[in-house]
Design a protein around this ligand. Structure first.
Ligand SMILES: [Zn+2]
Length: 245
């Protein structure tokens, strides 16, 4: 974890101190070495959130793109009492969950039902087949042009070749990061790919983005459920002929 409570305040780890886990309240010790991103570790194995995955630096670096007060927010369902800790929760109410390892589809659906207005950031570099296919992404995506203007929105009927198949059915947007821990360092850097939920013109809608482009979209509330719905609506009204490869 990147944050722990010290005297009731959320704090970054620093040497010589002890914190408390904001979720399970057990003792946490700072890990401030020279190699990994500084973080807190539970002092002993505890029953923390069972949705929690052991974090890679890739995961920590994504969370650190956001202000400390948005990181690792604890949520309680008022009806069921179910509690979970979200990676990031924005001021506008969007939960961002970062996922490196394989996620059981049932747990994925449970998290989507719990957080509702959410965005996944998924490590696309985990599977070799996906890493290979993404280098050819321009062959599988066709850009939507409005008037003379390019939109940077692309339609594809090859989503299952480009993206990890476990994530294709999500009812919320999923952003794939192919520059994750297993990235092919020799290959050209790839943008992030934002896969919109559902279909439009019987195809999938995809937006390639640089990292700061995604962050700007999140900060400007363009990825909230309502905004996503509006973007999909606008694209559905376009004439499909206006698409360029
Ligand atoms: Zn804990």
């Amino acid at each position: 974890m990147l944050t722990a409570n010290i005297n009731g305040n959320r704090s970054r780890p620093f040497p010589g101190t002890v914190g408390t886990c904001p979720f399970c309240y057990s003792e946490m010790i700072p890990r401030c070495g020279e190699i990994k991103v500084h973080h807190w570790a539970h002092k002993s194995k505890t029953d923390c959130d069972h949705w929690w995955e052991p974090e890679t630096d890739w995961h920590r670096n994504w969370k650190n793109e956001f202000p400390l007060r948005w990181q690792e927010r604890v949520f309680t369902d008022e009806t069921t009492g179910e509690r979970h800790i979200a990676d990031v929760f924005t001021l506008a109410g969007l939960t961002v969950e970062v996922q490196h390892s394989h996620l059981d589809p049932e747990e994925r659906r449970a998290r989507e039902a719990f957080y509702k207005n959410m965005l996944w950031i998924v490590d696309g570099s985990r599977l070799k087949g996906n890493r290979k296919n993404i280098t050819e992404w321009r062959n599988g995506l066709a850009e939507i042009v409005q008037g003379q203007k390019r939109t940077n929105l692309f339609l594809t009927d090859k989503a299952e070749e480009l993206f990890p198949k476990d994530w294709l059915e999500c009812p919320v947007p999923v952003c794939f990061d192919y520059m994750g821990p297993n990235a092919e360092l020799s290959a050209a850097p790839q943008p992030l790919f934002l896969l919109y939920p559902g279909t439009v013109h019987r195809k999938r809608l995809v937006e390639p983005l640089p990292r700061d482009g995604l962050l700007r979209s999140i900060l400007s509330e363009r990825l909230d459920a309502n905004s996503i719905h509006n973007i999909m609506q606008n694209v559905s009204k376009l004439r499909v002929g206006k698409i360029q490869r």
